[in-house]
Design a binder for this molecule. Sequence first.
Ligand SMILES: [Zn+2]
Length: 130
Amino acid sequence: MTKASVNDFRRTLEAKRKELLAGGSDRQEILIENAAEEFDRLQQQLNREVAIRNLDRESKLLKEVQSAITRMEEDTFGICLRCEEAIPEKRLKALPWAAYCVPCQETIEHQRASGELADDEPGSVELAAA
Ligand SMILES: [Zn+2]
């Protein structure tokens, strides 16, 4: 990978990190307490659960973005963490924080789905089609 493309990816990753750190309106929902009506209370509880799930997803993504930036600093960006082959640049363009090549990602997801791998094992959050 050329230094110019690494710099491009770094800019994308840093923008994403900033966006995730800034957070969305979701955090607001978690702070809501004490509704007068039962219906509102249930509705708020539901909103809160959705917001917490989103936050959980965001914090996982933030970790991946941060570790991708760390890999850049260590000069291992774009190398699959599992098979140590280069991740195709096309995949990195779709998913700059990808830590694995497509076959390894699929293996990991398969293992996770079948319970061989815990949910908190490192993997990539797929937000874009790779
Ligand atoms: Zn791989």
